[in-house]
Design a protein around this ligand. Structure first.
Ligand SMILES: Cc1cc2nc3c(=O)[nH]c(=O)nc-3n(C[C@H](O)[C@H](O)[C@H](O)COP(=O)(O)OP(=O)(O)OC[C@H]3O[C@@H](n4cnc5c(N)ncnc54)[C@H](O)[C@@H]3O)c2cc1C
Length: 187
């Protein structure tokens, strides 16, 4: 059983995976490379002068892997939440976790198949989003959503930040107390 499964390896999902894995949580990311970020060019990302989407995605994956997160090329079909945790069913496999974060960008098929409540999107070109509370929780127990699919403004730094925020909330819930990840200046 994994601690945290993240669905989607874009800025929201990989950012969540970095925090989760760095916190010592057994974390995997399931992604099918159908995100929008690989088409983007960023000049508005704080701390990065300019970067192409494919490079941003590759660096995010490398960061998460450095802390132990595993990445798997999988298409998630649906999620079932029960007493034994959450089961994530893909086209080829199934995985279980204590908590799941959906960071599927503009794609909401997993929500449709899983009985996860949706609502109309408010951001340009985003038709439908997952209905989440302020912490990122969906109506399905132990299932959260982050980034574009959770209705955040569709900008890399915002979706990445929201992935991090939701991950901190998930880690805090698993730990039973608020969690903070601060490193001291090296050297
Ligand atoms: C052309 C273009 C230009 C842009 N330019 C900028 C810019 O200049 N500045 C800026 O800030 N933002 C820009 N953006 C927006 C920015 O790229 C997005 O807001 C942000 O990257 C979205 O991140 P995300 O993680 O929410 O979604 P995504 O990056 O779309 O990631 C979602 C991931 O979930 C995966 N996924 C979905 N469903 C499943 C499933 N069932 N099973 C497995 N995996 C699944 C997808 O494969 C994908 O990898 C641009 C977007 C586009 C399209």
């Amino acid at each position: 059983m994994h601690d945290i499964i993240v669905i989607g390896g874009g800025p929201a999902g990989a950012s969540a995976a970095i925090l989760a894995a760095k916190a010592g949580k057994k974390t995997i990311v399931l992604d099918n490379d159908k995100g929008v970020t690989k088409r983007a060019w960023f000049e508005n990302f704080y701390g990065i002068e300019e970067i192409g989407g494919p490079d941003l995605i590759a660096i995010g994956k490398k960061q998460a892997e450095k802390f132990g997160a595993g990445f798997f090329n999988e298409t998630v079909v649906r999620i079932e939440s029960g007493d034994e945790g959450v089961t994530v069913i893909t086209e080829d496999n199934q995985y279980t976790a204590k908590e799941v974060i959906i960071a599927s960008g503009m794609l909401t098929a997993v929500a449709d198949e899983s009985g996860i409540q949706k609502k109309p999107g408010t951001e340009p070109r985003v038709k439908t989003i997952i209905d989440v509370d302020a912490d990122g929780k969906t109506n399905l127990p132990h299932v959260w959503a982050a980034g574009t699919v959770a209705g955040e403004s569709m900008h890399g730094i915002i979706t990445a930040g929201h992935g991090a925020k939701v991950a901190i909330n998930v880690i805090s819930e698993l730990n039973g107390e608020r969690y903070v990840d601060h490193d001291l200046l090296k050297g």
